[in-house]
Design a protein around this ligand. Structure first.
Ligand code: NAP
Length: 248
């Protein structure tokens, strides 16, 4: 028996990287999984991994920063799969540069996708989860939201905001048995980190006590724990998945 048998999950930004690993891991635990990304065509590989487990995959295109697309996507998932038990807010971008050089466009793009997107999806699923009197929302933040990082003012602010939003939503929804938690990954090997210069990668490796970069599935296994009943008494928390880079 899987930890998520009979449950329905929705993962944003699931075409690749951490989101794809989360979708596959939740399906392997028994959930039917809806996945979205900017273009539906990019989700074929993810949908294939979900269906390989014998679970249903529902695919839809959605820009997480657009309220109309978010609401339409959530409505479609509930209609197609019957309920919604788990939301994983994973979609995110970086537009790195030093504060004095950062354009308003790059600030807005990162805040709109990384923070407003989490707000819009949380709001859109809240009604369904409140009605069900159960649900688990897992937000993918970052250790950068806890510690800051030179060259990432927009990203750090967005992820710090996600952590504050997580705690607030957890307080508002707890009485309806809807839990809200965040995972703060450190350096995980994906397209997002592949673009960093080798020198920066080596510097970061030196700051990781466990001595290796993380894999997308390191994050996915923590999300699975927070998504299911193993974490039934945990809400409003931030779990760092960072090889010990940050110790709170
Ligand atoms: P990734 O490989 O770039 O994947 C992110 C996915 O989100 C991409 O498929 C991307 O599509 C999609 N996306 C971007 N903007 C979107 C939008 N407006 N609406 C819907 N989907 C959108 O990144 P990742 O490394 O897997 O990161 C996943 C999450 O983990 C992010 O929130 C990131 O901040 C967080 N995180 C990652 C690390 C790390 O080390 N990798 C560390 C800490 C936190 P495109 O192909 O168009 O970009």
């Amino acid at each position: 028996m899987g930890l998520l048998d009979g449950r329905v999950a929705l993962v944003t930004g699931a075409a690749r990287g951490i989101g794809q690993a989360i979708a596959a891991r939740l399906a392997a635990a028994g959930a039917d999984v809806a996945v979205c990304d900017l273009e539906a065509g990019w989700l074929e590989e993810t949908a294939g991994r979900i269906r390989q487990t014998g679970r249903r995959a529902e695919v839809f295109a959605c820009d997480v920063s657009r309220a109309d697309q978010v609401q339409a996507g959530v409505d479609r998932v509930v209609e197609a799969l019957g309920r919604l038990d788990v939301l994983v807010n994973n979609a995110g971008i970086t537009r790195d540069t030093f504060l004095v050089r950062m354009s308003e466009t790059d600030w807005d793009a990162v805040l709109n996708i990384n923070l407003k997107g989490v707000f819009l999806f949380t709001k859109a699923v809240a009604r369904t989860m409140i009605r069900q009197r159960s649900g688990s929302i897992v937000n993918i933040a970052s250790v950068i939201g806890l510690m800051g990082n030179a060259g990432q003012a927009n990203y750090a602010a967005s992820k710090g905001g996600v952590i504050a939003l997580t705690k607030t939503a957890a307080r508002e929804l707890a009485s309806r048995n809807v839990r809200v938690n965040a995972v703060a990954p450190g350096f995980i090997r994906t397209a997002m980190t592949d673009k960093l210069p080798e020198e920066a990668r080596q510097r970061m490796l030196g700051a990781i006590p466990l001595g290796r970069f993380g894999e997308p599935d390191d994050v996915a296994r923590t999300v699975l724990f927070l998504a299911g009943d193993e974490s039934a008494y945990i809400t409003g928390q931030v779990i760092s998945v960072c090889g010990g880079m940050v110790m709170a």
